[in-house]
Structures are given as C-alpha cells and as structure tokens.
Design a protein around this ligand. Structure first.
Ligand SMILES: NC(=O)c1ccc[n+]([C@@H]2O[C@H](COP(=O)([O-])OP(=O)(O)OC[C@H]3O[C@@H](n4cnc5c(N)ncnc54)[C@H](O)[C@@H]3O)[C@@H](O)[C@H]2O)c1
Length: 275
C-alpha cells in the first residue's frame, strides 16, 4: 500500500453527478494512487454530504483557492460558465487539471497558450463519444470531411430556447426531426446540451477539419446516440455510441463519468491508451 504522502491529492470542484461519482470511484478503485483531499461546490451542502461518505477526513473547501491549497490534481465538474476561471486558476497555481466541461474551453486560445507556456497538464476525457483516438490520428494527414450526428429523445430539447423560438418541436412528433445542421460554433451556441460532445470531436479533429454537426430529435429513442463519420487519405471511419443515461443526472451520459475515471487511472499509471 502506497503511503498517503506519496499519493496524488485530488481536489474536486463540483459535487454533482460526475464529481461525486468520480470521487467515490477513485476512493474505491484507485486508492493506491489517489486520495480525495478536498471538495468544493458552490452549494456547500453538496460538498458536505459527499465528504460525509468517506471514512477518512476530506476537506470541505470554502472557495477555489482553499481547494487549490489542498490538492495537486483538480477535477472540474461544474455545470456553469465558471469552468474557464476554475481551469485557468488551477493551471496558474501549477496543478494538473481534468476538465469535464470541455465545451466551455473550445476556442479559448489564451487558455491553451497558458497550458503550453506553463508546461502544466490539462486532461480532456473523451466523454460521451467513441473514436477520438482514431480522429486524432486521421487529423495528421488531413480530414476531408467529418460529421457528428447526435440523436436524442425530443424531451431532451423541450427547454431549448432556439427550438422553442423556431417551433421545431410543436406537438408530438412521429419521425426524426432535424433540429440543426451546420458548423460547430453555431451548434455549441444554439445547443448547449450538445456542447461537450461537439467540442471533444472538434478538438480531436483539429482546426483544419470543418466539422459539420447534425442534431436530431428522434421519437423512438430511449437513450442519446452519437455517430461520427469521417474520411480522408487515411480511409473512412464511422463510430457510434448509444449511451446509458447517468442515474444522478439525465443530462449526463454514464460513459462520460467512466471516461473521467479512466483518464485519471491512465494519468496515475502514466500509460495512455487511445486518448
Ligand atoms: N465531457 C463530456 O462528455 C461531458 C458529459 C457530460 C457532462 N459534462 C459536463 O460536466 C459538467 C458536470 O456535469 P454533472 O452531470 O456532474 O452536472 P451536475 O449538475 O450534476 O453537477 C454540477 C455541480 O456543479 C456545482 N457548481 C456549479 N457552479 C459551480 C461553481 N462555480 N463552483 C463550484 N461548484 C459549482 C453545482 O452546484 C453542482 O453540484 C457539466 O458542465 C457537463 O456539461 C461533460
């Protein structure tokens, strides 16, 4: 057993579905490498309740700076625009960061420049999609076309202001309705529900690839599906994931939680397979 002094001290920001599941899983499955050292949530009750689930003492931080003092790896799992600030402050403080809300980082050149300058490690999990490893490899020789098609049950879009304004889903629908077909920038702006998946694919494909995003409401679906097709000198690739919904948050795919845990495991082992 590794002594606590040699373990990576993990601080978790956001104790919702993903933050809590990562904390509990790491504490169980990866305890030889990590210790949960601090938790912070804007809703302090959530951090306290989660801290109460550990046998060892876990610091409930009063703010981000307090959490940073107690951690050397920060997991960002918040559901607000605060992501960018949390990630930047953690990097500036010399911490390794696992960022779950990838969509909030897309296009932020100054953050990526800061990561490069500082030599810090920013871990971006594959989240709710499959095949990012192959997309990154394909991008080395140019991707001539790439499309992400996300299908979700209509209920997943009912609160979307764009869908409401355009009356795209008025009444019960019997067959698939294409809600959006366009570029990634407009997709993440109009469909924040899709933001992380689209951003993960766009980052993997690189700035030269022109990612097309199609978002479809599908009345017969019980779960969210994401299909990626791409072609180029490397050949053709198609991937498809059918994601179980995370029981603690219907907006989050269980695969995304697992990808966060797997990324931490690989970081601790210093082994990277297909990321
Ligand atoms: N990479 C992916 O594929 C992927 C997939 C699903 C979700 N996500 C992202 O992960 C994030 C977390 O998802 P979740 O399902 O755990 O959400 P959640 O709503 O269950 O939990 C979010 C938590 O963050 C807390 N919070 C909000 N603002 C905060 C702040 N400024 N500081 C500290 N805590 C704050 C909330 O109180 C809440 O407890 C979301 O941004 C979501 O978009 C990424």
């Amino acid at each position: 057993m590794t002594s606590d002094k040699c373990k990576i001290r993990l601080g978790i920001v956001g104790c919702g579905a993903i933050g809590s599941r990562i904390a509990l899983s790491v504490n169980k499955e990866l305890k030889s490498k990590f210790m949960i050292s601090a938790l912070y949530d804007i809703d302090a009750t959530k951090a306290k309740v989660l801290a109460g689930r550990f046998k060892t003492r876990v610091k409930v931080a009063n703010n981000i700076d307090d959490l940073l003092r107690h951690s050397n790896l920060v997991v960002e799992a918040v559901n607000t625009p605060a992501t960018l600030d949390i990630v930047s402050r953690s990097i500036k403080a010399g911490k390794t960061v696992l960022a779950m809300s990838i969509g909030r980082l897309l296009g932020n050149r100054s953050l990526f420049a800061l990561v490069e300058r500082s030599g810090a490690t920013l871990l971006l999990p594959s989240g709710a999609v499959a095949g990012l490893d192959a997309i990154k490899a394909a991008a080395l020789v140019r991707i001539t076309s790439i499309t992400l098609t996300s299908r979700k049950p209509p209920s997943g879009f009912l609160n979307n202001p764009y869908v409401q304004e355009k009356k795209l889903l008025s009444g019960a629908i019997k067959k698939d309705v294409v809600l959006f077909d366009g570029n990634v920038k407009d997709a993440v702006h109009l469909f924040p529900q899709n933001i992380n998946v689209a951003a993960a694919v766009a980052l993997a494909a690189g700035p030269r690839a022109k990612l097309c995003v199609r978002i479809i409401a599908s009345p017969n679906l019980k779960c969210n599906t994401h299909e990626i097709t791409l072609s180029g000198k490397f050949g053709q690739i198609t991937t498809r994931s059918e994601n179980t919904i995370c029981p603690d948050n219907p907006k989050t795919s269980y695969l995304a939680v697992l990808s966060g845990i797997k990324t931490l495991q690989e970081f601790a082992m210093n082994v990277k397979v297909g990321t």
